[in-house]
Design a protein around this ligand. Structure first.
Ligand code: NAD
Length: 450
């Protein structure tokens, strides 16, 4: 690992969920004394004991290593964090509001209200959470009012682009760093923190950085997520057209991906995107753009959202068709619960949304996921769960492949055929080998393919 050149800078990380826990562990790994803070005392107890409250490859080992060095600690005390750190990273959640598409900023605001009154010495509060444009400036003004150190307690924005499943490598080796700053001092401090990545000692390439004002930095994150959402929805819109035209979206996507101006990543047709970021981020962006009077500029995001949600109902329609027109009383197996493979995150999971829709039509739904069963059970307690593919598929009328875990590509369709009632499979991710399933006597159907 590259090491911090200013290891005497002390850091706090406020909000130790997927983003914050990763950030805290990685900052300690760079050599900084780091204090993670969360209002969830159970989470803090688990992290302090070296237990990660979620699944992320490689992170739990790194957490234990860093706890052992003594550089990494966790607390629930804002007073302690304020006294400790020169730079506070703000990583609390910004979920969708329950009463509309906008972002719920209560956690961000709550953190600033809790931290501010304790800030008796100069510091930089660096926002990493994804927020509507304008939030950083508002928080900066509020912090200046609250902090006894006044304007010496400043706000910067350093949006985060990590992907769950690749969180450690994305934090230690990001594609780019974005520094949203309102002063030279803020930029200098951010450069000090990220020096090991900006100027690595070994042969690695330096991570590119972009310096911008606060509003632009906030917008970079939602613009990036909007583009990715649009790319997925674009190929899924083509899948809808293929279904109507009797065409096949897979060779179509492959042909498009050979064009270097388009590229193949995020161009895989399937049941679409979900998770704790893309859906709520594009909705919050449209809500904020409307407030700013430029709603029309991002109208395409409404359509991207609609195309995405329609893919979920398309799977339900296919399952109904394969069940002879009625799902009531049928047994349906759902393979996958996490919103994507490599994660146990079930927030806005397309797989579970489909499972729920099918259960509402009167089917008995049995779910299996290699990693996300506990989380799935908490959110959808009425679904049934089995602890292997074979057990989940026992007596099933229709099998749905909805999260593309590598394990599912290795299923033996011949062996599974003997345990099911109906040999019907819907490949919601277009990653299974259709010819193998058909050769084993299954009716294989997939989205976007006639
Ligand atoms: P999360 O729900 O996993 O974690 C949020 C944490 O904040 C929780 O542990 C919660 O207890 C804590 N919290 C809430 N209020 C608090 C307060 N006042 N003080 C201290 N802690 C508080 O969410 P997440 O997935 O880590 O996302 C956090 C932010 O990062 C969001 O804005 C998200 O959009 C953004 N983000 C997430 C990812 C990702 O892959 N998860 C990637 C990039 C950006």
């Amino acid at each position: 690992l590259p090491l911090a050149t200013s290891p005497d800078l002390r850091l706090s990380v406020i909000g130790t969920g997927y983003l914050g826990a990763t950030h805290a562990v990685c900052m300690a790994a760079l050599g900084f004394e780091t204090l993670g803070l969360d209002t969830d005392a159970e989470k803090i107890a688990a992290l302090s004991a070296g237990r990660l409250p979620f699944y992320e490859p490689g992170l739990e080992d790194l957490l234990r290593d860093q706890l052992a060095t003594g550089r990494l600690r966790f607390t629930t005390s804002y007073e302690e964090a304020a006294a400790f750190a020169d730079v506070h990273f703000l990583c609390v959640g910004t979920p969708q509001r329950t009463d509309g598409p906008g972002a719920d900023l209560r956690y961000v605001d709550g953190a600033v209200e809790a931290l501010g009154p304790h800030l008796t010495r100069p510091c930089l509060l660096v926002g990493k959470s994804t927020v509507p444009v304008g939030t950083a400036a508002r928080l900066g003004a509020r912090l200046a009012q609250l902090a006894p150190a006044g304007r010496d307690a400043e706000v910067a924005w350093n949006p985060e682009f990590l992907r769950e499943g690749f969180a450690v490598q994305d934090t230690l080796r990001p594609d780019r760093l974005v520094f949203g700053v309102a002063s030279d001092r803020a930029e200098r401090l951010l450069r000090q923190v990220y020096a090991p990545l900006l100027a690595p000692a070994h042969e690695e390439e330096p991570v590119p950085s972009v310096v911008a004002d606060l509003a632009t930095a906030e917008l970079v994150k939602v613009a990036a997520n909007s583009f990715l959402a649009m790319k997925i929805s674009f190929i899924n819109a083509m899948a809808e057209v293929c279904e109507a035209a009797g065409a096949d979206v897979l060779p179509l996507a492959r042909a498009l991906s050979h064009d270097p101006r388009i590229g193949g990543r995020f161009l895989r047709p399937g049941i679409g995107f979900g998770g704790g970021c893309l859906p709520k981020d594009i909705r919050a962006f449209t809500a904020r753009a409307e407030e700013l009077g430029v709603g029309r500029a991002v109208e395409f995001l409404h359509q991207a959202d609609e195309v995405n949600l329609r893919r979920r109902t398309a799977v339900v329609d296919l399952a109904r068709e394969l069940s002879g027109g009625d799902l009531c009383g049928r047994r349906v197996t759902v393979l996958g619960a996490a919103f994507k493979p490599g994660s146990d995150d079930v927030r806005d999971s397309p797989a579970l949304a489909v499972a729920d829709l099918i259960e509402r039509e009167g089917a008995e739904v049995v779910v299996y996921d290699p990693m996300a069963m506990d989380n799935a059970r908490k959110v959808f307690p009425s679904l049934s769960f089995a602890d292997s593919v074979t057990k989940a598929a026992l007596g099933s009328d229709v099998l749905l492949h909805l999260t593309e875990w590598p394990e599912f590509e290795h299923i033996d369709p011949r062996a599974l055929a003997a345990t099911v009632t109906g040999r019907h499979i819907i490949d919601g991710r277009n990653t299974l080998d259709a010819s193998r399933w058909r050769a084993a006597g299954w009716e294989y159907r997939a989205l976007g393919r006639s």
